[in-house]
Design a protein around this ligand. Sequence first.
Ligand code: SAH
Length: 209
Amino acid sequence: MKAERERMVREQIEARQVTDERVLRAMLEVPRHHFVPPHLQDQAYDDSPLPIGNGQTISQPYIVALMTELLELREGARVLEIGTGCGYQAAILAALKAEVYSVEIVESLSIAASRRLRNLGYEVTCKVGDGHQGWLEHSPYDGILVAAAPSRIPPALVEQLAIGGRLVLPVGDVDQQLTLMHRQEEGVHREELIPVRFVPMVGTPDWVH
Ligand code: SAH
Protein backbone atom coordinates (compact mmCIF):
# COMPACT_ATOMS: atom_id res chain seq x y z
CA MET A 1 0.00 0.00 0.00
CA LYS A 2 3.05 2.30 0.37
CA ALA A 3 3.30 2.64 -3.41
CA GLU A 4 -0.40 3.58 -3.66
CA ARG A 5 0.12 6.16 -0.97
CA GLU A 6 3.14 7.70 -2.71
CA ARG A 7 1.14 7.91 -5.88
CA MET A 8 -1.83 9.47 -4.04
CA VAL A 9 0.44 12.18 -2.60
CA ARG A 10 2.16 12.89 -5.91
CA GLU A 11 -0.85 12.86 -8.21
CA GLN A 12 -3.71 14.10 -6.06
CA ILE A 13 -2.07 16.34 -3.49
CA GLU A 14 1.25 17.78 -4.67
CA ALA A 15 -0.22 18.18 -8.15
CA ARG A 16 -2.90 20.44 -6.63
CA GLN A 17 -0.37 22.68 -4.89
CA VAL A 18 -0.39 21.41 -1.33
CA THR A 19 3.28 22.00 -0.53
CA ASP A 20 3.71 21.82 3.26
CA GLU A 21 6.34 19.09 3.74
CA ARG A 22 5.02 18.03 7.13
CA VAL A 23 1.50 17.58 5.75
CA LEU A 24 2.79 15.58 2.77
CA ARG A 25 4.82 13.37 5.12
CA ALA A 26 1.76 12.73 7.32
CA MET A 27 -0.30 11.80 4.24
CA LEU A 28 2.48 9.37 3.21
CA GLU A 29 2.63 7.81 6.65
CA VAL A 30 -0.98 7.24 7.71
CA PRO A 31 -2.39 3.92 6.37
CA ARG A 32 -5.69 5.20 4.94
CA HIS A 33 -6.77 1.65 3.98
CA HIS A 34 -7.11 0.80 7.69
CA PHE A 35 -9.76 3.51 8.06
CA VAL A 36 -12.17 2.36 5.35
CA PRO A 37 -14.54 -0.64 5.46
CA PRO A 38 -12.81 -3.90 4.43
CA HIS A 39 -14.71 -4.24 1.15
CA LEU A 40 -13.53 -0.77 0.05
CA GLN A 41 -9.85 -1.17 0.95
CA ASP A 42 -8.78 -1.40 -2.67
CA GLN A 43 -10.33 2.04 -3.25
CA ALA A 44 -8.77 3.66 -0.19
CA TYR A 45 -6.22 5.64 -2.26
CA ASP A 46 -8.64 6.74 -4.98
CA ASP A 47 -9.22 10.44 -5.60
CA SER A 48 -12.62 10.48 -3.88
CA PRO A 49 -14.52 10.33 -0.60
CA LEU A 50 -15.79 6.87 0.44
CA PRO A 51 -18.74 5.69 2.56
CA ILE A 52 -17.81 4.62 6.11
CA GLY A 53 -21.26 3.57 7.37
CA ASN A 54 -24.09 5.46 9.13
CA GLY A 55 -24.50 7.50 5.92
CA GLN A 56 -21.13 9.15 6.56
CA THR A 57 -18.00 9.50 4.46
CA ILE A 58 -14.22 9.66 4.79
CA SER A 59 -13.15 12.84 2.98
CA GLN A 60 -11.22 12.82 -0.29
CA PRO A 61 -7.42 12.72 0.38
CA TYR A 62 -6.82 16.11 -1.26
CA ILE A 63 -9.42 17.82 0.93
CA VAL A 64 -7.91 16.27 4.07
CA ALA A 65 -4.45 17.53 3.03
CA LEU A 66 -5.71 20.99 2.08
CA MET A 67 -7.67 21.53 5.31
CA THR A 68 -4.71 20.29 7.35
CA GLU A 69 -2.30 22.63 5.55
CA LEU A 70 -4.64 25.59 6.09
CA LEU A 71 -4.44 25.09 9.87
CA GLU A 72 -0.67 25.84 9.82
CA LEU A 73 -0.11 23.72 12.92
CA ARG A 74 3.22 23.74 14.73
CA GLU A 75 4.42 20.66 16.59
CA GLY A 76 2.59 20.49 19.91
CA ALA A 77 -0.26 22.71 18.72
CA ARG A 78 -3.62 21.98 20.26
CA VAL A 79 -6.28 21.11 17.73
CA LEU A 80 -9.98 20.28 17.82
CA GLU A 81 -11.68 18.22 15.16
CA ILE A 82 -15.47 18.14 14.80
CA GLY A 83 -16.71 14.93 13.13
CA THR A 84 -14.28 12.10 14.01
CA GLY A 85 -15.95 9.76 11.51
CA CYS A 86 -13.54 6.87 10.92
CA GLY A 87 -10.66 8.77 12.53
CA TYR A 88 -8.51 9.29 9.41
CA GLN A 89 -8.31 13.08 9.61
CA ALA A 90 -7.58 12.83 13.34
CA ALA A 91 -4.71 10.41 12.59
CA ILE A 92 -3.24 12.90 10.10
CA LEU A 93 -3.37 15.64 12.76
CA ALA A 94 -1.77 13.31 15.32
CA ALA A 95 0.95 12.39 12.80
CA LEU A 96 1.79 16.12 12.70
CA LYS A 97 2.50 15.82 16.42
CA ALA A 98 -0.42 18.03 17.37
CA GLU A 99 -2.38 17.45 20.57
CA VAL A 100 -5.67 16.25 19.09
CA TYR A 101 -9.20 16.37 20.51
CA SER A 102 -12.08 15.09 18.41
CA VAL A 103 -15.86 15.24 18.86
CA GLU A 104 -18.29 12.93 17.05
CA ILE A 105 -22.06 12.95 17.36
CA VAL A 106 -22.65 9.28 16.37
CA GLU A 107 -21.63 7.16 19.33
CA SER A 108 -20.86 3.96 17.39
CA LEU A 109 -18.54 5.85 15.00
CA SER A 110 -16.76 7.52 17.92
CA ILE A 111 -16.18 4.24 19.74
CA ALA A 112 -14.92 2.47 16.60
CA ALA A 113 -12.64 5.39 15.62
CA SER A 114 -11.23 5.71 19.09
CA ARG A 115 -10.36 2.01 19.18
CA ARG A 116 -8.88 2.09 15.67
CA LEU A 117 -6.71 5.12 16.47
CA ARG A 118 -5.41 3.51 19.64
CA ASN A 119 -4.62 0.23 17.87
CA LEU A 120 -2.69 2.08 15.17
CA GLY A 121 -0.76 4.06 17.79
CA TYR A 122 -2.28 7.54 17.27
CA GLU A 123 -2.93 9.56 20.37
CA VAL A 124 -6.29 11.30 19.99
CA THR A 125 -8.74 12.20 22.74
CA CYS A 126 -12.26 11.42 21.50
CA LYS A 127 -15.69 12.16 22.89
CA VAL A 128 -19.28 11.79 21.83
CA GLY A 129 -21.02 15.14 21.59
CA ASP A 130 -22.48 17.85 19.39
CA GLY A 131 -19.67 19.79 17.77
CA HIS A 132 -21.75 22.97 17.59
CA GLN A 133 -20.63 23.50 21.19
CA GLY A 134 -16.96 22.76 20.48
CA TRP A 135 -15.12 21.31 23.50
CA LEU A 136 -14.72 24.09 26.02
CA GLU A 137 -12.68 22.11 28.54
CA HIS A 138 -9.52 21.94 26.40
CA SER A 139 -9.85 25.35 24.71
CA PRO A 140 -8.33 27.60 23.46
CA TYR A 141 -7.26 25.78 20.29
CA ASP A 142 -4.56 26.74 17.81
CA GLY A 143 -6.63 25.02 15.16
CA ILE A 144 -10.19 23.76 14.71
CA LEU A 145 -11.19 21.60 11.74
CA VAL A 146 -14.81 20.74 10.99
CA ALA A 147 -15.58 17.73 8.76
CA ALA A 148 -19.33 18.31 8.36
CA ALA A 149 -21.04 21.40 6.99
CA PRO A 150 -23.07 23.70 9.27
CA SER A 151 -25.33 26.19 7.51
CA ARG A 152 -23.64 29.02 9.42
CA ILE A 153 -20.44 29.29 11.47
CA PRO A 154 -21.06 28.01 15.02
CA PRO A 155 -20.10 30.92 17.33
CA ALA A 156 -18.70 28.59 20.03
CA LEU A 157 -16.01 27.42 17.64
CA VAL A 158 -14.77 30.94 17.00
CA GLU A 159 -14.85 31.67 20.73
CA GLN A 160 -12.73 28.60 21.48
CA LEU A 161 -9.96 29.67 19.09
CA ALA A 162 -6.71 31.03 20.55
CA ILE A 163 -5.49 34.42 19.33
CA GLY A 164 -3.65 33.52 16.14
CA GLY A 165 -5.74 30.34 15.82
CA ARG A 166 -7.36 29.12 12.63
CA LEU A 167 -10.75 27.50 12.03
CA VAL A 168 -11.26 25.59 8.76
CA LEU A 169 -14.75 24.43 7.86
CA PRO A 170 -17.25 23.92 5.04
CA VAL A 171 -20.18 26.36 5.39
CA GLY A 172 -23.56 26.22 3.68
CA ASP A 173 -26.42 23.95 2.83
CA VAL A 174 -26.37 23.37 -0.91
CA ASP A 175 -23.59 25.70 -2.07
CA GLN A 176 -20.91 25.02 0.50
CA GLN A 177 -17.72 27.06 0.66
CA LEU A 178 -14.56 25.90 2.39
CA THR A 179 -14.02 28.76 4.82
CA LEU A 180 -10.98 29.87 6.83
CA MET A 181 -11.46 31.99 9.97
CA HIS A 182 -8.25 33.46 11.40
CA ARG A 183 -8.58 34.95 14.87
CA GLN A 184 -6.24 37.88 15.44
CA GLU A 185 -5.82 40.51 18.17
CA GLU A 186 -7.88 42.98 16.13
CA GLY A 187 -10.70 40.60 15.28
CA VAL A 188 -11.56 37.64 13.11
CA HIS A 189 -10.61 37.52 9.45
CA ARG A 190 -12.84 35.39 7.20
CA GLU A 191 -11.87 33.99 3.84
CA GLU A 192 -13.89 31.77 1.46
CA LEU A 193 -11.65 29.44 -0.50
CA ILE A 194 -13.27 26.86 -2.78
CA PRO A 195 -16.66 25.21 -3.29
CA VAL A 196 -16.86 21.84 -1.51
CA ARG A 197 -19.38 19.13 -0.70
CA PHE A 198 -19.53 17.69 2.82
CA VAL A 199 -22.19 15.81 4.74
CA PRO A 200 -24.38 18.28 6.66
CA MET A 201 -23.57 18.96 10.31
CA VAL A 202 -26.46 17.59 12.38
CA GLY A 203 -27.33 18.36 16.01
CA THR A 204 -28.47 21.64 17.48
CA PRO A 205 -26.99 24.88 16.20
CA ASP A 206 -26.17 27.58 18.78
CA TRP A 207 -28.34 30.09 16.98
CA VAL A 208 -31.48 28.10 17.79
CA HIS A 209 -31.17 28.45 21.57
N1 SAH B 1 -12.99 13.44 9.61
C1 SAH B 1 -13.77 12.29 9.22
C2 SAH B 1 -14.87 12.68 8.25
C3 SAH B 1 -16.18 12.21 8.73
S1 SAH B 1 -17.60 12.77 7.87
C4 SAH B 1 -12.89 11.21 8.68
O1 SAH B 1 -11.68 11.42 8.51
O2 SAH B 1 -13.40 10.12 8.45
C5 SAH B 1 -18.31 13.89 9.04
C6 SAH B 1 -18.59 13.37 10.41
O3 SAH B 1 -19.18 14.43 11.14
C7 SAH B 1 -19.58 12.21 10.48
O4 SAH B 1 -18.99 11.15 11.15
C8 SAH B 1 -20.77 12.79 11.26
O5 SAH B 1 -21.41 11.84 12.08
C9 SAH B 1 -20.12 13.88 12.07
N2 SAH B 1 -21.01 14.94 12.54
C10 SAH B 1 -22.08 15.49 11.91
N3 SAH B 1 -22.63 16.46 12.65
C11 SAH B 1 -21.90 16.53 13.80
C12 SAH B 1 -21.98 17.32 14.98
N4 SAH B 1 -22.93 18.24 15.16
N5 SAH B 1 -21.06 17.12 15.95
C13 SAH B 1 -20.08 16.18 15.79
N6 SAH B 1 -19.97 15.40 14.72
C14 SAH B 1 -20.85 15.56 13.72
